[in-house]
Design a protein. Structure first.
Ligand code: ADP
Ligand code: ADP
Length: 224
């Protein structure tokens, strides 16, 4: 993983501030959860870190390089899985590798490996309509990790899942990122998820996007 520095980032939409001088430093390989009420700017912050949106003021750097355009060394998972219906599970996972023109055979092996670790062995040739919501989301996480990114951004990835599916996924997927240790920013509304997964929990204030508190969470099991 690479370290991230978010420095005095302000983002205005039509004169209204979604983020107001937000600063946050994240260590390499750290798993940080971002919690806070709806509208406090969590998704905006993720988009800016990913280079999908530009700050009105301030800057974000990843390993000392200022983010100015969409980052390539990154994986993103959204609340609802975005899979292509006409591609198999394996070919969906390989999308990010293809987009980056990485060698197919090497990444096909890696994709198989990730799918197995995510509990999807035997589903490589299935199509998205044959999968449950939880399985589709696992595929999305595999896709986000297939090119071995230094940074993984997840925006409420378990938000749409039932509690049992979510609990199982947390346990399974934790194994996935422990293998390659990307730096992770994980947006969630669930304190349970945040405590289970994080090295650190960042609590954002309702408005205007300031960091309200930083909690250092004692880890339930040794991860470091
Ligand atoms: P969260 O993810 O914490 O729910 P968001 O980052 O989605 O918060 O939104 C923060 C604030 O910025 C909200 O008031 C939202 O309405 C506003 N906002 C977000 N994106 C846009 C946009 N593209 N255009 C205008 N306002 C936006
Ligand atoms: P949504 O419409 O649900 O927000 P999109 O698939 O349109 O999701 O993705 C939003 C943006 O994020 C797009 O610009 C897309 O290129 C980018 N993106 C999606 N997944 C990844 C990924 N794994 N790595 C890098 N960029 C991604």
């Amino acid at each position: 993983g690479k370290p991230i520095r978010i420095e005095h980032v302000t983002k205005s939409y039509n004169g209204l501030e979604a983020l107001s001088s937000t600063s946050l430093h994240i260590e390499e390989g750290e798993f940080v959860s971002l919690v806070g009420p709806s509208g406090c700017g969590k998704s905006t912050l993720l988009r800016i870190v990913a280079g999908l949106d530009t700050p009105t003021n301030g800057r974000v750097s990843i390993a000392d390089r200022t983010v100015t355009k969409p980052e390539t060394d990154i994986g993103i998972v959204f609340q609802s899985p975005v899979l292509l219906d006409w591609r198999s599970v394996l070919d969906n996972v390989l999308l990010q590798a293809e987009a980056r023109r990485l060698p197919h055979d090497v990444y096909a092996a890696r994709a198989q490996d990730l799918l197995a670790a995510a509990g999807l062995k035997g589903f490589e040739n299935a199509y998205p309509y044959q999968l449950s919501g939880g399985m589709s989301q696992r595929v999305s996480v595999c896709r986000a990790l297939v090119h071995n990114p230094s940074l993984l951004l997840m925006d409420e990835p378990f938000g749409a899942l039932d509690a049992l599916t979510r609990d199982q996924m947390m346990v399974d997927l934790q194994k996935l990122w422990l293998r390659s240790r990307p730096t992770v920013i994980f947006v969630t509304h669930s304190v349970q998820e945040a405590v289970f997964l994080s090295d650190r929990i960042i609590v954002m204030a309702p408005r205007p996007g300031r960091v309200e508190a930083v909690l250092d969470v004692p880890l339930p099991r040794s991860r470091r």
